[in-house]
Design a protein around this ligand. Structure first.
Ligand code: KG4
Ligand code: ZN
Length: 361
């Protein structure tokens, strides 16, 4: 008989404090009974990026409230859950520690098993929770902190096929928005400006396309945008509204083209024609989404973009990844530690660099 589990998930690795209750069984989609996300955008807005100390303090203050609300909304108490899943890395260490400590306290208090979850596995397994997607599938994770192609073969079985060697695309959007005085988070603001911009006006680079692999680089793009802006300022004393729109449109299409071409290569390298799934906040961008959909169609892949609320950071994905681990017999004890770095694919070379949104995995 299929075993159904009810899992409480906790997430606090970056700038969202989240708790969720998910119920389900391995082999089908999960039911998200509640998913509470308390964002911290306003706390970090003045800084143009996440300030780790501010984030950690806010997580510590808000986690138990989020858990209480998630249980209330699901109509449950802690006694009704089978296990407590928590992001134990990778991420900003203060936030991850807040989550792990909170989960340990709940576990000791309730006697419920504790399951540590890799935040990236949470993103990577989201299509299983939302759509009951079968293994294996190809995942492009594009957020403010991450950018990688993953072959997803099982709850603990991933191959990292390539990724950014410096900034993540969301980070590039955020930094570029800051350069243009647009605010934070930058992605949606740039997308809005780009609607009335000329994407062909500025010739921004498509980095690393000369290399046959699936690695990417986005930090040069932001530098190119800064140069274009500075040239305009030097020539005309400032930038007009239309200049800004054109800069945004040209930048956005450069990111979309780069992601699309590398995705084409990943599809070819993956072998099996299955599903290309996306996760991460950048997947919200309609120009990027359309470019990825085209590549999937062309390569004979099904394209799957889960609902945005499960693409961006949330605790339902952590509960689900915990559910799959728990069903596999995995339980952690009080020695569970918070890990700033935790690559999903233990055979791949570690990524260098640490961006505004935390350590790269
Ligand atoms: O997945 P997410 O909520 O958090 C992590 O980074 O883990 O992603 C947030 C990132 C931010 O960098 C934000 O600027 C970017 O996703 N983003 C977008 C869009 N919406 C959010 N980037 C481009 N276009 C968008 N519409
Ligand atoms: Zn994330």
């Amino acid at each position: 008989m299929t075993q159904i589990y009810t899992i409480l998930g906790l997430e606090s690795s970056c700038d969202d404090t989240a708790a969720a209750i998910v119920r389900g069984a391995v082999g089908g989609a999960g039911d998200v009974l509640s998913s509470v996300v308390w964002g911290q955008e306003q706390l970090h807005a003045d800084f143009g990026g996440v300030v780790p100390e501010i984030a950690a303090r806010a997580h510590a203050e808000r986690l138990d409230l989020c858990v209480e609300r998630a249980l209330d909304e699901a109509g449950f108490t802690l006694a009704d859950v089978d296990a407590i899943a928590v992001t134990s890395g990778p991420g900003l260490i203060g936030g991850v520690m807040s989550g792990v400590m909170c989960a340990k306290g709940l576990s000791v208090g309730s006697g419920k098993p504790l399951v540590g979850v890799n935040h990236l596995a949470g993103h990577a397994l989201t299509p299983r929770m939302t759509d009951g997607e079968e293994y294996p599938y190809l995942m492009l994770l594009v957020s403010g902190g991450h950018c990688q192609f993953l072959g997803v073969y099982g709850p603990d079985e991933f191959t990292r096929m390539g990724g950014t060697i410096d900034d993540a695309p969301g980070e590039a959007f955020d930094k570029s928005a800051k350069l243009l005085g647009l605010g934070y988070p930058g992605g949606p603001l740039i997308e809005r400006e780009a609607l009335e911009g000329d994407a062909k006006r500025f010739k921004f680079p498509r980095p690393l396309l000369d290399r046959p692999d699936m690695d990417m680089s986005f930090s040069g793009l932001k530098t190119a945008l800064r140069r274009a802006r500075d040239t305009l300022v030097a020539d005309q004393g400032g930038i007009t509204v239309q200049d800004r729109r054109d800069l945004c449109a040209s930048f956005q299409v450069a990111v979309a083209d780069t992601l699309a071409e590398k995705t084409r290569r990943a599809c070819k390298a993956f072998g099996a024609k299955t599903t290309l799934a996306v996760a991460g906040g950048v997947a919200a961008n309609s120009v990027i989404r359309a470019a990825l959909q085209d590549v999937a169609d062309e390569q004979g892949f099904q394209f799957l973009a889960p609902p945005l609320k499960y693409c961006t950071d949330n605790a339902a994905m952590i509960a689900w990844a915990g559910l799959e681990r728990f069903a596999d017999g995995h339980v952690d004890d009080m020695s569970l530690s918070a890990r700033p770095r935790w690559p999903l694919d233990r055979t791949a070379a570690p990524m260098l660099g640490s961006g505004k949104k935390g350590a790269k995995a």
